[in-house]
Design a protein. Structure first.
Length: 140
Protein backbone atom coordinates (compact mmCIF):
# COMPACT_ATOMS: atom_id res chain seq x y z
CA UNK A 1 0.00 0.00 0.00
CA UNK A 2 2.84 2.36 0.90
CA UNK A 3 4.53 1.63 -2.44
CA UNK A 4 1.35 2.45 -4.37
CA UNK A 5 0.82 5.64 -2.37
CA UNK A 6 4.47 6.66 -2.85
CA UNK A 7 4.27 5.96 -6.60
CA UNK A 8 1.08 7.98 -6.87
CA UNK A 9 2.62 10.93 -4.99
CA UNK A 10 5.71 10.84 -7.21
CA UNK A 11 3.55 10.79 -10.34
CA UNK A 12 1.49 13.73 -9.07
CA UNK A 13 4.63 15.66 -8.12
CA UNK A 14 6.16 15.20 -11.56
CA UNK A 15 2.84 16.12 -13.21
CA UNK A 16 2.57 19.32 -11.13
CA UNK A 17 6.15 20.35 -11.89
CA UNK A 18 5.65 19.86 -15.61
CA UNK A 19 2.26 21.57 -15.72
CA UNK A 20 3.51 24.61 -13.79
CA UNK A 21 6.06 25.43 -16.46
CA UNK A 22 5.67 29.10 -17.36
CA UNK A 23 4.76 29.72 -21.00
CA UNK A 24 7.27 31.95 -22.72
CA UNK A 25 5.63 34.95 -24.35
CA UNK A 26 6.63 35.18 -27.99
CA UNK A 27 6.99 38.69 -29.39
CA UNK A 28 7.37 39.84 -32.99
CA UNK A 29 8.76 43.34 -33.56
CA UNK A 30 7.69 45.13 -36.74
CA UNK A 31 9.32 48.35 -37.96
CA UNK A 32 7.43 50.39 -40.57
CA UNK A 33 8.36 53.67 -42.29
CA UNK A 34 5.91 56.51 -41.76
CA UNK A 35 3.68 57.42 -44.69
CA UNK A 36 1.92 55.11 -47.14
CA UNK A 37 3.36 51.85 -45.71
CA UNK A 38 2.00 52.73 -42.26
CA UNK A 39 -1.38 53.56 -43.79
CA UNK A 40 -1.39 50.13 -45.41
CA UNK A 41 -1.13 48.52 -41.97
CA UNK A 42 -3.32 50.85 -39.89
CA UNK A 43 -6.00 48.23 -39.31
CA UNK A 44 -3.47 45.63 -38.15
CA UNK A 45 -1.72 48.13 -35.90
CA UNK A 46 -4.91 49.13 -34.11
CA UNK A 47 -6.78 45.81 -34.05
CA UNK A 48 -4.18 43.04 -33.95
CA UNK A 49 -1.86 43.40 -30.99
CA UNK A 50 -1.68 39.61 -30.93
CA UNK A 51 -1.61 37.18 -33.86
CA UNK A 52 -1.80 33.45 -33.11
CA UNK A 53 0.31 33.08 -29.97
CA UNK A 54 2.56 36.02 -30.78
CA UNK A 55 2.42 39.50 -29.27
CA UNK A 56 3.10 42.02 -32.05
CA UNK A 57 4.87 45.35 -31.44
CA UNK A 58 4.50 47.82 -34.30
CA UNK A 59 6.91 50.75 -34.55
CA UNK A 60 6.48 53.49 -37.16
CA UNK A 61 9.71 55.40 -37.82
CA UNK A 62 10.81 58.28 -40.01
CA UNK A 63 13.83 57.92 -42.26
CA UNK A 64 15.71 55.09 -43.91
CA UNK A 65 18.47 55.04 -41.27
CA UNK A 66 16.21 53.43 -38.67
CA UNK A 67 15.03 50.84 -41.19
CA UNK A 68 18.62 50.05 -42.15
CA UNK A 69 19.64 49.66 -38.50
CA UNK A 70 16.70 47.31 -37.83
CA UNK A 71 17.80 45.06 -40.69
CA UNK A 72 21.55 45.10 -40.00
CA UNK A 73 21.16 44.60 -36.25
CA UNK A 74 18.36 42.01 -36.67
CA UNK A 75 16.47 43.77 -33.86
CA UNK A 76 13.14 43.34 -35.65
CA UNK A 77 11.68 40.18 -37.11
CA UNK A 78 9.73 42.10 -39.76
CA UNK A 79 10.94 45.29 -41.45
CA UNK A 80 8.87 47.02 -44.07
CA UNK A 81 11.23 48.97 -46.29
CA UNK A 82 11.20 50.70 -49.67
CA UNK A 83 12.02 48.27 -52.46
CA UNK A 84 15.35 49.91 -53.30
CA UNK A 85 16.53 49.83 -49.66
CA UNK A 86 15.32 46.25 -49.20
CA UNK A 87 17.11 45.08 -52.35
CA UNK A 88 20.34 46.85 -51.40
CA UNK A 89 20.40 45.46 -47.86
CA UNK A 90 19.24 42.00 -48.96
CA UNK A 91 22.28 41.71 -51.23
CA UNK A 92 24.52 42.28 -48.19
CA UNK A 93 22.52 40.54 -45.42
CA UNK A 94 20.25 37.82 -46.86
CA UNK A 95 18.82 36.74 -43.46
CA UNK A 96 15.50 38.38 -44.36
CA UNK A 97 13.03 37.12 -46.96
CA UNK A 98 11.05 39.27 -49.39
CA UNK A 99 7.41 38.69 -48.45
CA UNK A 100 5.63 41.05 -50.84
CA UNK A 101 4.66 44.59 -51.72
CA UNK A 102 2.10 46.29 -49.48
CA UNK A 103 1.64 49.56 -51.40
CA UNK A 104 1.87 50.20 -55.11
CA UNK A 105 1.09 53.25 -57.22
CA UNK A 106 0.21 55.49 -54.32
CA UNK A 107 1.49 58.78 -55.75
CA UNK A 108 -1.32 61.01 -57.00
CA UNK A 109 -1.79 64.63 -58.01
CA UNK A 110 -4.92 66.07 -56.45
CA UNK A 111 -6.63 69.29 -57.52
CA UNK A 112 -9.91 71.05 -56.79
CA UNK A 113 -10.56 71.26 -60.55
CA UNK A 114 -9.74 69.20 -63.62
CA UNK A 115 -6.19 69.85 -64.87
CA UNK A 116 -3.68 68.55 -67.39
CA UNK A 117 0.10 68.34 -67.17
CA UNK A 118 0.34 71.49 -69.31
CA UNK A 119 -1.72 73.38 -66.71
CA UNK A 120 1.02 72.78 -64.15
CA UNK A 121 3.61 74.85 -66.02
CA UNK A 122 4.80 77.64 -63.68
CA UNK A 123 2.58 76.48 -60.81
CA UNK A 124 3.66 75.56 -57.27
CA UNK A 125 3.08 71.95 -56.33
CA UNK A 126 3.30 70.77 -52.73
CA UNK A 127 4.54 67.21 -52.27
CA UNK A 128 5.92 65.00 -49.52
CA UNK A 129 9.23 63.13 -49.60
CA UNK A 130 11.73 65.86 -50.55
CA UNK A 131 14.68 64.25 -52.32
CA UNK A 132 13.07 60.82 -52.42
CA UNK A 133 10.81 58.88 -54.79
CA UNK A 134 7.79 61.25 -54.70
CA UNK A 135 9.88 64.29 -55.66
CA UNK A 136 11.83 62.41 -58.33
CA UNK A 137 8.62 61.04 -59.84
CA UNK A 138 6.96 64.46 -59.82
CA UNK A 139 9.94 66.17 -61.45
CA UNK A 140 10.11 63.51 -64.17
Amino acid sequence: MKKILLSLLMFLSVFLIISCEKKEEKTVNVRIPTGAPTLGLVELIHKSKEISDYKVNYESVSGADQLTSAITSKSHEIVIAPTNLGAKLYSVKPEYLYAGTITFGNLFLVSSKEITIDDLEGKTIYAFGKGSTPEITLRK
